[in-house]
Write a protein that binds this ligand. Structure first.
Ligand SMILES: *Cc1c(COP(=O)(O)O)cnc(C)c1O
Length: 343
């Protein structure tokens, strides 16, 4: 029997219609003279994001790292949320690849108070590193997919810009924020000078991300992408999947959000699990395991024996995500597996 995989929205497999688009994609050598499908994705993505230009890159991590490389020089400092993907899940790339030092602000709520960001900005002083970039994240992954309020992002952007510091938005799941809030992407991206977007998560593509900004930023971003080895040849075959996702799979994120909320409501009744349905704003459900006999890993292992997968994050948190390839039947299966395991 197929597994019900709630570990991540990255586990989706391309649908038949998406594969069809990949098979019939027009391609060329993107490095030599351009790939027409990559070009269409980049134009379409830039328009959707409300940015001048976009580049297609292999992953969300590379998209973020291209932005860091494009905006900074070695020895510079970036101000970034304490639990951001850039801080937590990019294997120290900011230091390893670009010689950057990070100052982190905020907590697991994913929020960045404007006064904390202001306090983190360095004065122009020979002894201090130069603050080169402020990084935000939307939706915030570790904070359980929460939508950071627009007013807060505007306030942070204002503080940065008043100091002449650029802003990068890790918008891996920006499409989820757009659908959850009803606020279009260009309104969110007004708060940033560069933005990344994952095509391989809720949008259902097997691979790929975009990094977007103005023309001058993209010129620098192209150089960094080249250095990182992220400029691909007949990439239209995979870009077609990203284009299909952007054109067809944004609206359906509302289904993922509804299902995540329902999932959380079903788990409230189960003893020994801490879950807050009102905190579920998008497609991520964070479950606290409050049992003497289970931690997150052992619970995940027990659920896997019932064909249901969740992702342990730390000792007491199990992350469950909804996406294109799970539905109400899978939620029912998760619920009965939890009853079977926890009694
Ligand atoms: C998944 C994710 C990324 C990076 O994505 P990869 O394609 O796995 O490299 C970046 N930022 C956030 C917030 C993410 O959730």
């Amino acid at each position: 029997m197929a597994q019900a995989d709630f570990r991540s929205d990255t586990v989706t497999r391309p649908s038949a219609a998406m594969r069809e688009a990949m098979v019939s994609a027009e391609v060329g050598d993107d490095v030599l003279d351009g790939d027409p499908t990559v070009a269409r994705l980049e134009q379409r993505g830039a328009a959707w994001l409300g940015m001048e230009r976009a580049l297609y890159v292999p992953s969300g991590t590379m998209a973020n790292q291209i932005a860091l490389g494009a905006w900074t020089r070695p020895g510079d400092e970036i101000v970034v949320q304490r639990w951001a993907h850039i801080t937590t899940y990019e294997a120290g790339a900011a230091g390893a690849l670009h010689g950057l030092q990070s100052l982190t602000v905020g907590d697991r709520s994913g929020r960045m108070a404007e006064h904390d960001v202001l306090a983190a900005l360095r004065p122009s002083y020979i002894h201090c590193p130069t603050t080169a970039l402020v990084c935000m994240e939307q939706t915030h992954n570790v904070a359980g997919g929460r939508v950071i309020p627009l007013e807060e992002m505007r306030a942070v952007a204002q503080v940065a810009r008043d100091a002449g510091v650029h802003v990068h938005l890790d918008g891996a799941r920006l499409a989820n924020a757009v659908v959850a809030s009803g606020i279009e992407a260009p309104v969110w991206t007004e708060t940033a000078d560069s933005v990344s977007l994952c095509l391989s998560k809720g949008l259902g593509a097997p691979v790929g991300s975009l990094i977007a900004g103005d023309a001058a930023f993209i010129d620098r971003a192209q150089l960094v992408r080249k250095r990182l080895g992220g400029w691909m040849r007949q990439a239209g075959v995979i870009a077609a999947a990203g284009l299909f996702g952007l054109e067809n799979n944004v609206g359906r994120l509302a289904d993922d959000h509804r299902l995540a909320r329902q999932l959380a409501q079903r788990l409230v009744a189960i003893d020994g699990l801490g879950v807050d349905p009102d905190g579920v704003e998008t497609n991520i459900v964070m479950v606290t395991v409050e049992r003497p006999d289970f931690d997150a890993s052992s619970l995940a292992a027990a659920l896997a024996e019932h064909g249901v997968l969740g992702l342990p994050m730390g000792s007491d948190t199990l992350r469950l995500m909804t996406h294109h390839d799970v539905g109400p039947d899978d939620v029912a299966r998760l619920e009965s597996a939890l009853h079977a395991v926890l009694g």
